[in-house]
Design a binder for this molecule. Structure first.
Ligand SMILES: Nc1ncnc2c1ncn2[C@@H]1O[C@H](COP(=O)(O)OP(=O)(O)OP(=O)(O)O)[C@@H](O)[C@H]1O
Ligand SMILES: [Mg+2]
Length: 479
């Protein structure tokens, strides 16, 4: 689907930069619609003739729309819309002298040329009905004056501001201050007054200088000084208010500003709850790890008291199995989210196994390469036990006597699978192991089957085990 800027270029003979200017205007112009209580229509001149075509439309949130239907795509000729053509040709704001009647309702219409780099590239019409705008009086007067300043800025090429700061625009209805020269507050909407109250400003603020309210450093002074749109945030206690300051510029001077304010206390509270939750989850992983390590050391103690070699080695293996699960929780307790890369876990496992099993006179090297991307505990835990078993097997069976060698653990993430290959350059497996008599590979097979994955073991020279487990894009088990 073409973007707005591309759609504009298909209709009108405009450069990339010019159509981008119109796109930026359309992401900034809600404030103009709301301050002027008007529908906005953006016209460009069609490259194939004298017609103008509407390429974008916006309805006001402060007043009733005059255009419940979609106007985009409509073409008009000069006699139908004389002031559009005039604004385009003469490059200045045209105001219709007398309201015209549309379906019996009087419509006031202004045409504002849109200038980019000195050239007029389109026209915005503001169409409102004085009869339908609900709130006459001081508010309407201040709003319309500010809208008038913004219109002149569009005609001068000073609005929209490019580049636009990130984040969406607070709405006029969420809180509005209109400032005059020197930052004197000319108007504050009830929502803006409440926000200021919560920030600790209780006095009457009309007619006062914003920077004298004791709010500390606001973006207002900066915006007016640098004649740039500026964002800022003020906080007091639990209250957070975000500001967007639009300087009003006339003849290269800042003559005031429109300040949109949004109370973002709730958003900040939610963020805080989430970060507390993250910390709690990490704390739980930490405790689980401690408990598993306690179990492992109890098993180790018990093993030392046994006389049967077989029983001792069975307990030693259990120590490693429990230890590998503890490593998953340890890694997750250090991760900033609930996910961890299995590469980190596998490296810890390889260290644990070489410390616990490899005797000092044997030269066995364990290498871990690659990564799996972030994985949740539901996959990382069975995978940790699996990799532990496979490394342990290689250490125990692949290198008899004092023969040395290398064990490689290679991790990759293919689109929908995590793949772990454990291979060694040892003697290889002579026969298929007798099912039932041995536990290690049986544990591997059942854990991986439970995740919906596959185990593929080959023995050609050394032994190679390939584990493949399907994962969701978020790094959890698919089943
Ligand atoms: N990397 C390897 N190289 C050579 N032989 C292997 C290798 N891995 C496994 N084997 C052979 O396969 C058999 C089965 O392995 P499995 O892990 O199931 O049992 P185990 O290691 O003997 O006992 P357990 O793991 O229960 O302590 C082993 O006894 C061994 O003979
Ligand atoms: Mg084994």
């Amino acid at each position: 689907m073409p973007t707005l800027a591309e759609r504009i270029r298909q209709v009108a003979d405009l450069s990339v930069e010019e159509s981008e200017h119109l796109r930026s205007l359309c992401s900034s112009w809600q404030v103009l619609a709301d301050l002027s209580f008007s529908d906005l229509l953006l016209y460009v001149r069609r490259e194939d003739g004298d017609e103008f075509q509407i390429v974008a439309q916006l309805r006001p949130l402060t007043s009733q729309t005059l255009y419940p239907t979609d106007m985009v795509g409509t073409r008009v000729t000069q006699p139908e819309q004389p002031i559009v053509e005039r604004a385009f040709r003469e490059g200045r704001v045209w105001r219709q002298d007398d309201p015209v009647l549309l379906d019996g309702i009087p419509i006031q219409m202004d045409a504002v040329p849109v200038r980019c780099d000195g050239k007029v590239i389109g026209v915005v019409t503001k169409e409102g009905s004085p009869a339908t705008s609900r709130r006459p009086g001081r508010l309407e007067q201040v709003y319309l004056e500010a809208a008038g300043s913004l219109s002149e800025m569009i005609a001068e090429g000073l609005f929209p501001f490019i580049p636009l700061p990130e984040g969406d625009w607070p709405r006029v209805g969420e809180g509005l201050l209109v400032l005059g020269e020197e930052g004197v507050i000319r108007w504050a909407s009830p929502n803006a007054i409440s926000s200021l109250h919560r920030l600790g400003v209780s006095a009457n603020i009309l007619g006062r200088d914003v920077d004298g309210l004791g709010l500390g450093e606001t973006p207002i002074g900066r915006a007016m000084r640098d004649q740039r749109i500026s964002d800022g945030e003020l906080a007091r206690g639990d209250t957070f208010v975000r500001f967007r300051v639009v300087p009003l510029i006339e003849q290269r001077r800042s003559v005031g500003a429109v300040v949109l304010a949004r109370d973002i206390t709730e958003v900040r509270q939610k963020e805080r709850v989430i970060s507390v939750k993250d910390a709690t989850i990490r704390e739980i992983h930490h405790r689980v790890k401690n408990n598993l390590q306690t179990i492992a050391s109890l098993l180790r103690l018990q093993g030392r008291r046994l006389s049967s070699e077989e029983a001792r080695s069975a307990l030693a293996e259990s120590v490693l199995r429990v230890g590998s699960i503890a490593l998953v929780h340890e890694t997750l307790s250090e991760a900033p989210s609930e996910l961890a890369d299995f590469g980190d876990i596998a490296r810890r496992i390889s260290m644990m196994v070489s410390e616990g099993l490899v005797s000092p006179d044997q030269r066995i090297e364990i290498k871990v390469t690659g990564s799996t991307g972030p994985l949740g505990a539901d996959i990382a835990t069975p995978l940790a036990v699996t990799v532990t078993e496979l490394i342990q097997n290689a250490v125990e069976h692949a290198f008899p006597d004092t023969r040395g060698g290398t064990i490689n653990v290679e991790l990759t993430r293919e689109d929908e699978d995590v793949v772990a290959v454990v291979r060694d350059d040892g003697i290889g497996m002579k026969d298929e192991p007798v099912e039932g008599s041995r536990l290690g590979l049986q544990i591997v097979r059942s854990l991986i089957a439970e995740l919906g994955g596959t185990v593929h073991i080959t023995s050609d020279g050394g032994m190679r085990a390939e584990i493949r487990v399907p994962v969701t894009p978020a790094g959890s088990a698919r089943r």
